[in-house]
Design a protein. Structure first.
Lengths: 111, 113
Protein backbone atom coordinates (compact mmCIF):
# COMPACT_ATOMS: atom_id res chain seq x y z
CA UNK A 1 0.00 0.00 0.00
CA UNK A 2 1.40 3.38 -1.01
CA UNK A 3 1.57 6.22 1.45
CA UNK A 4 0.13 8.57 -1.17
CA UNK A 5 -2.71 7.43 -3.42
CA UNK A 6 -3.22 9.32 -6.66
CA UNK A 7 -6.34 9.24 -8.79
CA UNK A 8 -7.14 8.78 -11.51
CA UNK A 9 -4.24 6.66 -12.70
CA UNK A 10 -4.87 7.58 -16.34
CA UNK A 11 -6.75 10.52 -17.84
CA UNK A 12 -7.30 11.25 -21.52
CA UNK A 13 -9.12 14.45 -22.45
CA UNK A 14 -9.62 16.86 -25.34
CA UNK A 15 -7.86 20.19 -25.57
CA UNK A 16 -9.80 22.89 -23.76
CA UNK A 17 -11.35 20.64 -21.11
CA UNK A 18 -10.81 21.08 -17.38
CA UNK A 19 -9.54 18.35 -15.08
CA UNK A 20 -8.68 17.60 -11.49
CA UNK A 21 -6.28 15.01 -10.14
CA UNK A 22 -6.14 13.96 -6.52
CA UNK A 23 -3.49 12.94 -4.03
CA UNK A 24 -4.76 11.36 -0.80
CA UNK A 25 -3.27 9.83 2.32
CA UNK A 26 -4.19 8.86 5.85
CA UNK A 27 -0.95 10.46 7.07
CA UNK A 28 -0.26 14.09 7.89
CA UNK A 29 2.49 15.77 5.86
CA UNK A 30 4.69 18.73 6.66
CA UNK A 31 4.54 19.67 2.98
CA UNK A 32 3.39 18.31 -0.35
CA UNK A 33 5.00 18.82 -3.72
CA UNK A 34 3.71 18.30 -7.25
CA UNK A 35 6.02 17.26 -10.07
CA UNK A 36 5.58 16.69 -13.80
CA UNK A 37 7.60 14.09 -15.63
CA UNK A 38 8.05 13.70 -19.38
CA UNK A 39 9.28 10.51 -21.08
CA UNK A 40 13.00 9.89 -20.69
CA UNK A 41 13.45 12.66 -18.15
CA UNK A 42 13.40 13.11 -14.40
CA UNK A 43 10.47 14.77 -12.62
CA UNK A 44 10.42 18.57 -12.50
CA UNK A 45 8.93 20.45 -9.56
CA UNK A 46 5.74 22.42 -10.23
CA UNK A 47 4.85 23.63 -6.74
CA UNK A 48 5.29 23.10 -3.01
CA UNK A 49 2.37 23.58 -0.60
CA UNK A 50 3.14 23.95 3.07
CA UNK A 51 0.14 25.40 4.93
CA UNK A 52 -3.12 23.50 5.47
CA UNK A 53 -5.82 24.98 3.24
CA UNK A 54 -3.25 26.69 1.03
CA UNK A 55 -4.13 27.37 -2.61
CA UNK A 56 -1.44 28.16 -5.17
CA UNK A 57 -1.94 29.12 -8.79
CA UNK A 58 0.55 28.67 -11.60
CA UNK A 59 -1.05 30.07 -14.77
CA UNK A 60 -3.76 27.50 -15.63
CA UNK A 61 -2.79 25.14 -12.80
CA UNK A 62 -4.33 25.44 -9.32
CA UNK A 63 -2.97 23.45 -6.41
CA UNK A 64 -4.72 22.98 -3.08
CA UNK A 65 -3.45 21.49 0.18
CA UNK A 66 -6.16 20.01 2.40
CA UNK A 67 -6.97 21.63 5.73
CA UNK A 68 -5.83 18.52 7.58
CA UNK A 69 -2.60 18.32 5.52
CA UNK A 70 -3.44 14.79 4.35
CA UNK A 71 -4.44 15.45 0.77
CA UNK A 72 -3.94 17.71 -2.20
CA UNK A 73 -5.45 18.37 -5.60
CA UNK A 74 -4.26 19.74 -8.90
CA UNK A 75 -6.80 21.43 -11.18
CA UNK A 76 -5.95 22.33 -14.78
CA UNK A 77 -8.16 24.78 -16.64
CA UNK A 78 -8.46 24.64 -20.43
CA UNK A 79 -5.92 21.86 -20.84
CA UNK A 80 -3.47 22.03 -23.73
CA UNK A 81 -1.46 19.28 -25.47
CA UNK A 82 1.65 20.66 -23.78
CA UNK A 83 0.16 19.63 -20.42
CA UNK A 84 0.55 15.98 -21.39
CA UNK A 85 2.75 14.11 -18.94
CA UNK A 86 2.95 12.15 -15.71
CA UNK A 87 1.89 14.18 -12.67
CA UNK A 88 3.34 13.05 -9.36
CA UNK A 89 2.59 14.18 -5.85
CA UNK A 90 5.20 13.78 -3.13
CA UNK A 91 5.14 14.38 0.59
CA UNK A 92 7.41 14.41 3.58
CA UNK A 93 6.19 13.35 7.00
CA UNK A 94 6.97 15.38 10.09
CA UNK A 95 10.36 14.63 11.68
CA UNK A 96 11.33 12.58 8.66
CA UNK A 97 13.94 13.16 5.98
CA UNK A 98 12.50 11.02 3.24
CA UNK A 99 10.19 12.15 0.48
CA UNK A 100 7.55 9.66 -0.66
CA UNK A 101 5.86 9.74 -4.04
CA UNK A 102 2.48 8.66 -5.29
CA UNK A 103 2.21 6.38 -8.34
CA UNK A 104 1.22 9.30 -10.55
CA UNK A 105 -1.54 10.34 -12.94
CA UNK A 106 -0.72 9.96 -16.60
CA UNK A 107 -2.47 12.77 -18.48
CA UNK A 108 -2.94 12.87 -22.23
CA UNK A 109 -4.44 15.98 -23.82
CA UNK A 110 -5.55 15.43 -27.40
CA UNK A 111 -5.54 18.34 -29.86
CA UNK B 1 25.32 24.41 -14.47
CA UNK B 2 25.04 20.70 -15.21
CA UNK B 3 22.67 20.08 -12.26
CA UNK B 4 22.35 16.37 -11.41
CA UNK B 5 24.29 14.04 -13.69
CA UNK B 6 23.68 10.30 -13.77
CA UNK B 7 25.81 7.73 -15.55
CA UNK B 8 25.35 5.44 -17.36
CA UNK B 9 22.04 6.14 -19.14
CA UNK B 10 21.49 2.46 -19.96
CA UNK B 11 22.93 -0.74 -18.50
CA UNK B 12 22.31 -4.46 -18.97
CA UNK B 13 23.54 -6.85 -16.30
CA UNK B 14 23.40 -10.58 -15.82
CA UNK B 15 22.01 -11.95 -12.56
CA UNK B 16 24.70 -11.91 -9.89
CA UNK B 17 26.83 -9.19 -11.42
CA UNK B 18 27.66 -6.05 -9.50
CA UNK B 19 27.79 -2.45 -10.64
CA UNK B 20 27.73 1.14 -9.44
CA UNK B 21 25.33 3.80 -10.67
CA UNK B 22 26.99 7.19 -10.50
CA UNK B 23 25.32 10.43 -9.42
CA UNK B 24 27.00 13.82 -9.20
CA UNK B 25 25.60 17.29 -8.53
CA UNK B 26 27.31 20.66 -8.89
CA UNK B 27 24.83 22.77 -6.92
CA UNK B 28 26.43 22.26 -3.48
CA UNK B 29 23.26 20.52 -2.29
CA UNK B 30 23.40 18.84 1.11
CA UNK B 31 20.56 16.37 0.51
CA UNK B 32 20.80 13.57 -2.06
CA UNK B 33 18.62 10.54 -2.67
CA UNK B 34 18.08 7.55 -4.92
CA UNK B 35 14.71 6.38 -6.25
CA UNK B 36 13.60 3.56 -8.48
CA UNK B 37 10.61 3.96 -10.78
CA UNK B 38 8.53 0.99 -11.84
CA UNK B 39 5.28 1.00 -13.84
CA UNK B 40 2.23 1.60 -11.66
CA UNK B 41 4.32 2.09 -8.51
CA UNK B 42 5.70 5.56 -8.92
CA UNK B 43 9.02 6.52 -7.40
CA UNK B 44 10.17 4.52 -4.39
CA UNK B 45 12.95 5.79 -2.16
CA UNK B 46 15.98 3.50 -1.86
CA UNK B 47 18.52 5.48 0.21
CA UNK B 48 19.13 9.09 1.07
CA UNK B 49 21.81 11.30 2.57
CA UNK B 50 21.48 14.58 4.47
CA UNK B 51 25.18 15.40 4.11
CA UNK B 52 28.66 14.01 3.52
CA UNK B 53 29.31 10.98 5.71
CA UNK B 54 25.62 10.46 6.56
CA UNK B 55 23.31 7.97 4.83
CA UNK B 56 20.00 6.37 5.73
CA UNK B 57 17.61 3.79 4.34
CA UNK B 58 14.44 4.60 2.50
CA UNK B 59 11.45 2.47 1.61
CA UNK B 60 13.20 -0.24 -0.48
CA UNK B 61 16.89 -0.44 0.56
CA UNK B 62 17.50 -4.20 0.29
CA UNK B 63 20.08 -5.16 -2.33
CA UNK B 64 21.54 -1.66 -2.55
CA UNK B 65 24.43 0.12 -0.81
CA UNK B 66 25.35 3.79 -0.78
CA UNK B 67 28.10 6.01 0.55
CA UNK B 68 28.59 9.77 0.65
CA UNK B 69 32.26 10.65 0.92
CA UNK B 70 31.84 14.07 -0.73
CA UNK B 71 29.01 16.59 -1.01
CA UNK B 72 28.97 16.21 -4.80
CA UNK B 73 28.77 12.44 -5.26
CA UNK B 74 26.29 9.78 -4.15
CA UNK B 75 26.92 6.43 -5.88
CA UNK B 76 24.45 3.54 -5.66
CA UNK B 77 25.92 0.03 -5.60
CA UNK B 78 24.20 -3.19 -6.58
CA UNK B 79 26.25 -5.97 -5.03
CA UNK B 80 24.57 -8.95 -6.73
CA UNK B 81 22.01 -7.92 -9.33
CA UNK B 82 18.64 -9.68 -9.49
CA UNK B 83 15.91 -9.47 -12.17
CA UNK B 84 13.68 -7.73 -9.58
CA UNK B 85 16.11 -4.81 -9.74
CA UNK B 86 15.23 -4.12 -13.36
CA UNK B 87 13.98 -0.55 -13.20
CA UNK B 88 14.69 3.08 -13.99
CA UNK B 89 16.83 4.67 -11.29
CA UNK B 90 16.73 8.38 -10.48
CA UNK B 91 19.10 10.39 -8.36
CA UNK B 92 17.82 13.64 -6.82
CA UNK B 93 19.28 16.43 -4.72
CA UNK B 94 18.01 19.41 -2.80
CA UNK B 95 19.66 22.30 -1.05
CA UNK B 96 18.67 21.36 2.47
CA UNK B 97 16.28 18.41 2.71
CA UNK B 98 12.81 17.25 1.82
CA UNK B 99 11.08 20.62 2.19
CA UNK B 100 13.28 22.06 -0.55
CA UNK B 101 12.65 21.30 -4.22
CA UNK B 102 14.17 18.05 -5.43
CA UNK B 103 16.29 18.30 -8.60
CA UNK B 104 16.38 15.05 -10.54
CA UNK B 105 18.83 13.55 -12.97
CA UNK B 106 17.57 12.00 -16.21
CA UNK B 107 17.76 8.45 -14.92
CA UNK B 108 19.57 5.18 -15.57
CA UNK B 109 17.58 2.39 -17.21
CA UNK B 110 18.83 -0.92 -15.80
CA UNK B 111 17.91 -4.36 -17.12
CA UNK B 112 18.95 -7.48 -15.25
CA UNK B 113 18.67 -10.72 -17.23
Amino acid sequence: TQLLEQSPQFLSIQEGENLTVYCNSSSVFSSLQWYRQEPGEGPVLLVTVVTGGEVKKLKRLTFQFGDARKDSSLHITAAQPGDTGLYLCAGSLYNNNDMRFGAGTRLTVKP
Amino acid sequence: NAGVTQTPKFQVLKTGQSMTLQCAQDMNHEYMSWYRQDPGMGLRLIHYSVGAGITDQGEVPNGYNVSRSTTEDFPLRLLSAAPSQTSVYFCASSISGVNSPLHFGNGTRLTVT
